[in-house]
Design a protein around this ligand. Sequence first.
Ligand code: AHR
Length: 307
Amino acid sequence: TEAPAVANAGNTKEAKDITLGFSQVGAESGWRSANTKSIQDSAKETGYTLKFSDAQQKQENQIKAIRSFIQQKVDVIAFSPVVESGWDTVLKEAKDAGIPVVLTDRAVDSKDTSLYITFLGSDFVEEGRKAGQWLSDQYKDASEDINIVELQGTTGSAPANDRMEGFAEVIKTNPHLKVIASQTGDFTRAKGKEVMQAFLKAHKDIDVLYAHNDDMALGAIQAIEAAGLKPGEDIKIISVDAVKDGMQAASEGKINFIVECNPMLGPQLMEIVQNVVDGKSVEARIVTEESTFTSEQAKEALPSRPY
Ligand code: AHR
């Protein structure tokens, strides 16, 4: 599907005259740092002026940043929405001001899709399914219950909602796979550790941890080791992202399976921005390509990982 070309069709601009306002979620994870670097480096290479704002995981800060981009009359606004809901008003303001908006990494749940040009990012439901599929395959011959604890991402965020949904959809086909506890760890290492400590206290029989990102898994690994257990053996661990630290832990056998989520969205975003400014039509949804890694595969891939 192609989104309609934007209003400024035919108004081409040179890269040096293009200003992009980008509102980032925060700096909560290794993934986010790699994503920020990709966007900043690509904007520099392309020659755009980048106005970058860090929302520190708060929607109100993102709304403020978007309003300020509108006031500054940037050419394009791009943002990675911290949560899915509550964007209609500010997106309408951007539309009324004639400033096209590009969603990167995370989606919004606005019914009116004319409020943004395109959404560039991963298929998070599919990532959850891949995690669930690996687990289901591991335990296809299980004859007793397998107790799973889940560390969710930021409450209300697209990756937390979707990774939970995709995972649940697949594991329900195996009645022995039981999620016994599920709580947010806000995508951070510190919160991942704290919540895992609480899980370990409350449940003596945890078989599997499903963490919605590597950072929370890494925090949880500290809690598991502190409890005298072996991550990857006593408790199997699945996570999402495949950033360097996660891949390192996987290559050491502490994480058993990682679903990749690609943060290198900068080059594609810059291309979209130029097309939007030139009034060319842009695909309404651009999905990032991603793979998965077992411990063995992580060991092989680690030396050439760019982030
Ligand atoms: O939106 C992508 C997610 O946000 C990443 O998986 C996570 O690490 C980040 O904080």
